[in-house]
Design a protein around this ligand. Structure first.
Ligand SMILES: *Cc1c(COP(=O)(O)O)cnc(C)c1O
Length: 394
């Protein structure tokens, strides 16, 4: 018996990371920020390393500390700090910091960790978010080079981030890449020789070979979700997350009966309705009220009425599956399942938000069908997944 849970298929993660790494033919930085987009950072980090990810990336220093505490010893990039952050322990842990400004470089210099920091420089080429603006590049690079000569740090990388990578024809892509090339030339002129130049996120890594440089920073696609759903690209990604629950109750409705808060839905004809014990506290978006679909024992069914905090109602169309019947809220395609992308479209959002927000009271369970074929036979989510894994059990 499990009320509601998140199941994450680590073999799918390995499959995606390996496939993407082969596709791009350059260094793979797997992005595991925000608890690996809701998939569990430490477990995903291990799977990504096993599949060949040379680097991991997170946003915050605390996320990087948690990676080290979870046993990861490899290269890790971070990129989001605020003035006054404590740097010395992360510098000693060999974690790469990203600096956006001279002021931030000054703070890193003052941290005095006892060992040189590893610093990557971020330039804003048009996203208008983090990163040094063009007018500051020369001063920024000069300060970075001076700190390197003084032994405060090594500049290990220079990078930027695209605004419209999921729209390959958007003119911002060419403009940003040209600006990035300008920044690289200025950095070289300042005497910087960073080993890692990187620009591409998932969408650009897949769709824009010219943006791959020395490395790519791939988040969403590692989880098997499509970073550019409106573009045909045929990449064989396998969604790693399944959110499932068990029906708590099944009851009959007469024509004219309404369900849930506000009585926003009324049965036009007699039907049966099932209570799914997960709601917006678990990350089921209220915006999906009356729009989302789930799979009940392998059959696609519509949710009815408003999404509540703890529960939602599913229309069973007159069928009477017993309480306890398996309900897949979303998961990999097949067997009637809606996908995270289907949910995103129903709610007017992106799959990133759907997977990153699920959780709440739901436990998360990691399965590894390749390495543990006997485990969890009832919920073998994708028996075909990752047959190409050649590592065998650990
Ligand atoms: C989140 C993030 C990524 C990963 O983006 P995806 O679209 O998930 O691949 C890459 N770079 C930066 C700077 C990010 O913030």
């Amino acid at each position: 018996m499990t009320r509601a849970e998140i199941v994450v298929d680590l073999a799918a993660i390995r499959h995606n990371v390996r496939l993407l790494r082969e596709l791009v033919g350059t260094t793979m930085i797997t992005v595991v920020k925000a608890d690996a987009y809701g998939h569990g950072m430490v477990e995903v980090a291990r799977a990504a390393r096993d599949a060949g990810a040379e680097w991991l990336a997170v946003a915050t220093l605390d996320e990087a500390r948690a990676l080290r505490a979870g046993g990861d010893t490899g290269p890790v990039l971070t990129w989001l700090t605020v003035p006054g952050e404590r740097y010395d322990d992360v510098v000693r842990a060999g974690i790469d910091l990203t600096a956006y400004s001279v002021a931030e470089l000054d703070e890193i210099a003052a941290a005095d960790a006892g060992v040189p920091a590893r610093v990557q420089l971020k330039v804003d080429t048009g996203l208008g978010r983090g990163g040094a603006i063009r007018a500051d590049w020369e001063r920024f690079f000069a300060r970075a080079r001076a700190g390197e000569e003084a032994g405060a740090w090594t500049v290990t990388g220079i990078w930027s981030h695209l605004a419209c990578a999921d729209e390959p024809d958007h003119p911002a892509n060419d403009a940003q890449q040209a600006a990035f090339d300008d920044a690289l030339a200025l950095a070289a002129a300042a005497g910087l020789r960073p080993a890692l130049r990187h620009l591409a996120n998932s969408a650009a890594a897949i769709l824009r070979p010219g943006a791959r440089y020395d490395a790519v920073r791939v988040g969403l696609a590692s989880y098997g979700l499509d970073p550019a759903p409106s573009v045909e690209h045929g990449t064989d990604l396998r969604p790693a997350m399944t959110v499932r629950a068990e029906l708590a109750l099944v009851k009959h409705l007469a024509a004219g009966d309404s369900v849930s808060y506000g009585h926003t839905w009324t049965a036009a004809a007699p039907t049966t309705i099932g209570l799914v014990p997960a709601g917006y506290a678990e990350g089921v978006p209220v915006a999906g009220s009356g729009r989302l679909e789930v799979a009940v024992d392998g059959t696609r069914r519509p949710l009815r009425g408003r999404v509540c905090m703890d529960q939602v109602l599913v229309d069973l169309g007159g069928d009477e599956p017993p309480a306890g019947t398996d309900v897949v809220l979303f998961g990999p395609p097949g067997e009637g399942r809606a996908t995270a992308q289907d949910w995103a479209e129903a709610c007017g959002t992106i799959s990133y938000e759907i997977v990153t927000r699920v959780g709440g009271r739901m436990p998360r369970r990691h399965v590894d069908p390749d390495r543990d074929p006997d485990r969890d036979p009832d919920h073998d989510l994708d028996p075909e997944s990752d047959r190409d894994d050649d590592r065998g059990p650990r």
